[in-house]
Design a protein around this ligand. Sequence first.
Ligand SMILES: Nc1ncnc2c1ncn2[C@@H]1O[C@H](COP(=O)(O)OP(=O)(O)OP(=O)(O)O)[C@@H](O)[C@H]1O
Ligand SMILES: Nc1ncnc2c1ncn2[C@@H]1O[C@H](COP(=O)(O)OP(=O)(O)OP(=O)(O)O)[C@@H](O)[C@H]1O
Lengths: 222, 222
Amino acid sequence: MKRIGIIGAGRFGQSLAGSLAEKGAEVLLIDQNRETVQEMSEYVTKAVQGDATNPRALTDAGFQDCDTVVVAIGSNVEGSIMATVNCKELGIPTVVAKAVSDMHGKVLKRVGADIVVYPNKDRATRLARSLLARNPIDLFEIADGVSVAEVAAPEFLIDKTLAEAAVRQKYGVTVLAIRRLADDPRLPRQLIIANGDDKIQREDRLLVFGVDKKIDDLAHDN
Amino acid sequence: MKRIGIIGAGRFGQSLAGSLAEKGAEVLLIDQNRETVQEMSEYVTKAVQGDATNPRALTDAGFQDCDTVVVAIGSNVEGSIMATVNCKELGIPTVVAKAVSDMHGKVLKRVGADIVVYPNKDRATRLARSLLARNPIDLFEIADGVSVAEVAAPEFLIDKTLAEAAVRQKYGVTVLAIRRLADDPRLPRQLIIANGDDKIQREDRLLVFGVDKKIDDLAHDN
Ligand SMILES: Nc1ncnc2c1ncn2[C@@H]1O[C@H](COP(=O)(O)OP(=O)(O)OP(=O)(O)O)[C@@H](O)[C@H]1O
Ligand SMILES: Nc1ncnc2c1ncn2[C@@H]1O[C@H](COP(=O)(O)OP(=O)(O)OP(=O)(O)O)[C@@H](O)[C@H]1O
């Protein structure tokens, strides 16, 4: 059972604590704000009030026993950097830190953060791509110019099986799954992992993987 | 050429404006803060100071001519809701709004936001999953229990071609690409879109798609 430490319970820290706790992890949380700590104490294993820039506050709370610590302090950039240094000095194997700007991220890396995450920038970049794409409904960039995208099933594929459609040969993208409307319109779409003999239906959306230009061509050939 | 309107240039709005402008879109920006507007004016097509809760400020700035508007106001929840209403009343076809909590998101949907994004929560949920996964280095959840993940190439696959390895038949996951170390260690890994005759090397990381349990099994069989 993994023990994850979280420093800072702002929106990011709270969502993270909640997700981890829901999945059964042991979560240790520290925050300067008493009310936040009280609110969070019913969701996590242990919530403690304290200042993470003080190494003693971290050891009193037991952070040295965590496998991973996430420094989820945002606008208090100095605090985020000092908390990261404290965690590495405590010998914590993996320290993840949230950054609110590229500069902040560079500094965190230099002081020892193993992983830096940029929640606002990541979501904004992904949104920019899906707003500009001609048809894809949503786009996850996997690496430069390569994505997983959800596109409306093109006209010429309707009633063909995936094998007959030969999407990969013709378009150079791999169909991963089909998102099909549920019989009950109040339910979300069902996800059907792609199989050669799945037949594509009108209104289906296809989850595809490939180079962006090829995804665009497929979406465009409607 | 798409014209995208952005309301609010906090971290999310600024990253979004930058990404869109970089990709050649026409970006119109409004923010209450004069300095922010001045800073952003060199990155976007037009940056205007104004209060988005006042419909007149939006029409003076030309927002009614946007295909899509993104309401990127966060902690000023009331402002975010009012700006969203104003956009829908201006007849803007697609309004995307950022939410800072589930409650905020529900209200935005009710007042007409076509798409609601949760930058902190999305990134936190994704991080929670990758922190708890046994081996995957990173995990993108595509839908409930189905993901794209990056895993270390298991021992038994080394020196086999992808076709010989028959990963899909044996493990039920699809290999999408190989991330291979670059010759120059200062460069990031190269991304090789998967092909039957690619031979897997030691230190390769595989980008795979499938049901979480099957991804875990593959990562575990090391
Ligand atoms: N030195 C510190 N020690 C402990 N907790 C801290 C410290 N500095 C800030 N915090 C806490 O971290 C939390 C998040 O910090 P802050 O609000 O500065 O970041 P944010 O980026 O605005 O947060 P978010 O966007 O995740 O809501 C707050 O609850 C705050 O009390
Ligand atoms: N009514 C309004 N009209 C125009 N701009 C506004 C209005 N209300 C807030 N803003 C601007 O929106 C921007 C972002 O808002 P705010 O700081 O409240 O959200 P945030 O979630 O903390 O931002 P982020 O996390 O994206 O940095 C600020 O630059 C602010 O000046």
